[in-house]
Ligand binder design. Structure first.
Ligand code: ZN
Length: 422
């Protein structure tokens, strides 16, 4: 499988080769669907991708191993034997009908960084481990980020008792892949990384709107989700006078607009969304008696998120009261923020500045493996502009010069981190 790397023109820049390799992995045999990319954890496509990636890592000067969860780890030794590694990682799995860059680009950039250091005969004080995580997306089994959680030592064994949509248990899928589920605990890292760094496409429109290629991620947003039930009174659409109605949908409409108004008034990273709504009984000639909708509130700052959610819920209660309707509020989940390490953000800013771009910081509204590693070590993330903010879609696109800039920023980051230990 090594021939793919040697078939690439040697003059290809590191950024161009990272993109080219993501494109290679977007096609058969690295996809399990026709006319598109679908590469789920522990599938033949996943296995094929790891075999090819193993060759690329080895070519870049790394010693390669697969851990008991199917994470592929390439290790480039440092000059000081006693230091824990800098981990540079992202995921190699995808959603169904995916784009080519969500995940693999971060892995390929890690490989390029080591390849460049190796070519230059350069060793950092610490080892570098480039990791391709197996299941960030959770597109096969009903759980996500299991392989990074196993590495971090935060995985609960009960999470392993599950099956995919075809009824294949995780133990069976792992056995077919050549892994023994009984050894899953051995995936736990022998040493806590010195730091964790992940480059990823932004999957949003902020960098593009700013006209910037790169951004330093401040953290992964804290997320609150509620289910709100508005209770009115169903009635005949023809006979019930307007002044006598208790319409649960018109009340909900006011509430949705209030959500938008409150979130917009906060000119920070705060976002609030009503993404689903059910109207009951749901007939053209019946006044809605009940409306159920979701509310999702996120911010990199938990206190800001909680203040906004509090203000939104207070307004929802007031609006229901003003119309004489009942309202039920149920918290569905509460994910804490996972902040990136301030000193590593400064290093990332410096790396971006070295490429000639003004540093820019933004929060990640989406989850990443970095939030799992944040439990055990300082983390950093670099976002790369993607066209239209489009992701989880075959139209996902990055520009090679942006990826080239990301590579340069990462090399500066690594060198500056190395200088702290040199
Ligand atoms: Zn991703």
């Amino acid at each position: 499988m090594n021939s793919l790397s040697t078939a690439l023109p040697p003059a290809l820049s590191h950024g161009a080769r990272a993109v080219e390799r993501c494109d290679v992995l977007g096609r058969a045999p690295y996809s399990d669907m026709e006319n598109g990319l679908y590469r789920a954890w522990l599938t033949p496509a996943h296995k094929a991708a790891l075999e090819t990636l193993r060759g690329w890592m080895a070519d870049a000067g790394m010693a390669v191993r697969m851990d008991p969860m199917g994470n592929l780890v390439g290790r480039y030794e440092g000059s000081q034997a006693d230091l824990p590694p800098l981990m540079i990682a992202s995921h190699i799995d995808s959603v169904r009908d995916a784009g080519f860059y969500d995940g693999p680009l971060g892995v390929m950039l890690g490989v390029e960084c080591v390849a460049a250091l190796h070519q230059a005969g350069r060793r950092l004080p610490f080892p570098i481990e480039v990791v391709a995580f197996g299941d960030e997306e959770g597109s096969r089994f009903p759980a996500a980020m299991l392989t990074s959680r196993a590495m971090a030592g935060t995985l609960d064994e009960a999470a392993l008792e599950m099956a995919d949509a075809r009824g294949v248990t995780l133990a069976e899928a792992m056995a077919e892949f050549g892994l023994d589920i009984a050894r899953w605990r051995e995936a736990k890292l022998a040493r806590t990384p010195l730091a964790y760094m992940e480059a990823h496409i932004e999957q949003g429109p902020v960098l593009e709107a700013q006209g910037l290629a790169l951004g330093t991620v401040t953290g992964i947003a804290a997320q609150l989700r509620y289910q709100i039930t508005v209770l009115g009174k169903a009635g005949h659409a023809g006979t019930c006078a307007m002044g006598l109605r208790q319409d649960a949908l018109t009340a909900a409409a006011e509430m949705v607009l209030a959500v938008e108004e409150i979130a917009r008034a906060d000119a920070s990273d705060l976002v609030a969304t009503v993404g689903r709504m059910a109207v009951l009984p749901g007939a053209a000639n019946v006044i809605p008696g009940e409306t159920v909708f979701t509310l999702d509130v996120r911010s990199g700052d938990e206190a800001r998120r909680d203040r906004a959610a509090g203000a939104i819920l207070a307004r929802i209660r007031d609006l229901a009261k003003a119309r004489g309707l009942g309202v039920g509020i149920e918290k569905i989940h509460n994910l804490p923020a996972s902040p990136c390490a301030p000193d590593l953000m400064d290093l990332m800013d410096a790396g971006i500045a070295a490429t000639g771009q003004e540093p820019f910081r933004l929060v990640s509204g989406a989850g990443h493996d970095a939030m799992v590693l944040e439990a055990i070590c300082p983390t950093a993330m670099l976002f790369i502009r993607c066209r239209g903010g489009i992701s989880h879609n075959p139209a996902e696109h990055v520009e090679v010069p942006d990826v080239e800039a990301a590579f340069a920023a990462m090399i500066h980051f690594i060198e500056n981190l190395g200088a702290k230990y040199g």
